[in-house]
Every structure is written in structure tokens, then in C-alpha cells.
Design a protein around this ligand. Structure first.
Ligand code: PEP
Length: 248
């Protein structure tokens, strides 16, 4: 039985005090975490303060990105050692905004995934097709390439989470239907089964893209959807807690 995950990606939102207030409201309002995991990903500047706020509770901390080296002359980057030190358990890798605005490639994502795992961080690896790619009918080849690229050389999947996030659904209010999402999730799981055998049945695959408390139940009811990566709706306690409350 796979444990669901609901992860909130706060993106470039919230000062330290705003982040602490949001984290506190989520920690205090949480009532449904026994059968799953709840994760928040504040901006880097707020990680340590949010870690302190979450201490002793059930909510886990994630970073939104990392670099693939432990330390060195990489101005502006943050290493996995620093994220562990700040209290992170998870790290989001290869979000479509990083691929689009910061030119992240499948190779770069792969380096980060391997480094995260070697450092004891659990990567939440984001994949997903653009609107044009869906229209052209190449969703599976795009997502398949991204998944295989991200996992090249990764021997064990125990700590890996994949987030299927169709780019056209992110921040647009245009959520994928549960049938559209399930189709891609099932495809990803079948690909993983070919590569890793039975470990595919343990892999958590999250859906992301305009998830709200009004649409999450239908998505989460699907066989291969193991939770949600949530952007906009994770920025308000009610929105995020409302999603968590509906997980099975
Ligand atoms: C995201 O950025 O990962 C995301 C899913 O955003 P939103 O929920 O706002 O579409």
C-alpha cells in the first residue's frame, strides 16, 4: 500500500514571517496525516525558520531546488548538504518552471536526482508535457524521455517520488481530468515496471497542476495517483488543509 503525499510548493512567495505563519497554521490545522505524508516547500530564505516551526509535528520540509555539488565556487547555488542542515527531507527537482526559465535539462535533472539520493534527500522529480506537445500527441514520448533521463543510473527507487505536472495545467486553473492524469500516471508506472520490475508498485506518483480542494478527491481516487504537488492552493492554510482532508 503506497502512502499518499500532499506537497505544497510555495514557489517565490512568502517572507520569513509569512512562511512561519503559514507553516504554523498548517501544522496546527492538520488532522489527516496518519495514512500519508504532508510536505511544504518554502523559499530557501525561510527553510530554517519553517523547520523550527514544524519541529515535533507531522509536516515535513522540502526545498524547491538544489545544485548537484556539495560545495564550491557556484555563486548563487544551494547544496544538498545545506538543505539537510536546514532540516529538509525532500527536494523538488526539475520543476517545469526551472526547465523553462532556467534552462534545466534532463541531464542536469539526473545529476541532481543522483546527488539528492546520495545525500539522503528524497527527490520529487517533476515531469510533464506542454500544451503543444499534448496537441501533437507526443505526451508519452516527452514524459517517458523525462522520466528515463531523470533516473538514468539510479539503482533503487525507494526514496524517489515522481510528480506528473502537465505544463498547461500549472497555475492556469485548467486541471487535467482525472482520466487524462491517470492515463499518464499508468504509463509512467508501466515504464518504471519495465526498468525496475516490482519496485514500480511502491513508487509514489503525484499529480500537479491546478489542484484544489474541489478537484483533488476525484484525482486521488485513481489507481495510480498517489497524491498531489500543489502550487497556488498551498499558499492559504484553508486551501492546503482542505486538500489534505480529502486524501484517503
Ligand atoms: C506547481 O507549481 O507545482 C503547481 C502544481 O502549481 P499550481 O497548483 O498552482 O498549478
Amino acid at each position: 500500500m503506497r502512502k499518499w503525499i500532499v506537497a505544497g510548493n510555495w514557489k517565490m512567495h512568502n517572507t520569513i514571517s509569512e512562511s512561519v505563519a503559514l507553516a504554523r497554521a498548517i501544522k496546527d490545522g492538520l488532522s489527516n496525516s496518519a495514512s500519508g505524508e504532508v510536505v511544504v516547500a518554502p523559499p530557501f530564505t525561510a527553510l530554517t525558520a519553517v523547520a523550527e516551526t514544524l519541529r515535533g509535528g507531522a509536516v515535513q520540509l522540502a526545498a524547491q531546488n538544489m545544485y548537484s555539488e556539495d560545495k564550491g565556487a557556484f555563486t548563487g547555488e544551494i547544496s544538498p548538504v545545506m538543505l539537510k542542515d536546514a532540516g529538509c527531507a525532500y527536494v523538488i527537482i526539475g520543476h517545469s518552471e526551472r526547465r523553462k526559465y532556467f534552462s534545466e535539462t534532463d541531464d542536469g535533472v539526473n545529476r541532481k536526482v543522483k546527488k539528492a539520493l546520495a545525500s539522503g534527500l528524497k527527490p520529487i522529480v517533476c515531469v510533464g508535457e506542454t500544451d503543444e506537445e499534448r496537441i501533437q500527441g507526443v505526451t508519452e514520448s516527452v514524459v517517458g524521455r523525462q522520466v528515463q533521463g531523470a533516473l538514468a543510473g539510479v539503482e533503487t527507487l525507494a526514496d524517489v517520488v515522481i510528480a506528473y505536472e502537465p505544463v498547461w495545467a500549472i497555475g492556469t486553473g485548467k486541471v487535467a481530468t482525472s482520466a487524462q492524469a491517470e492515463e499518464v500516471h499508468a504509463f509512467v508506472r508501466s515504464l518504471i515496471r519495465k526498468l525496475y520490475g516490482a519496485a514500480a508498485d511502491e513508487l509514489r506518483i503525484l499529480y500537479g497542476g491546478s489542484v484544489t480542494k474541489d478537484n483533488v478527491a476525484e484525482l486521488a481516487a485513481r489507481a495510480d495517483i498517489d497524491g498531489a504537488l500543489v502550487g497556488g492552493a498551498s499558499l492559504k492554510p484553508d486551501g492546503f488543509l482542505g486538500i489534505i482532508a480529502q486524501m484517503p
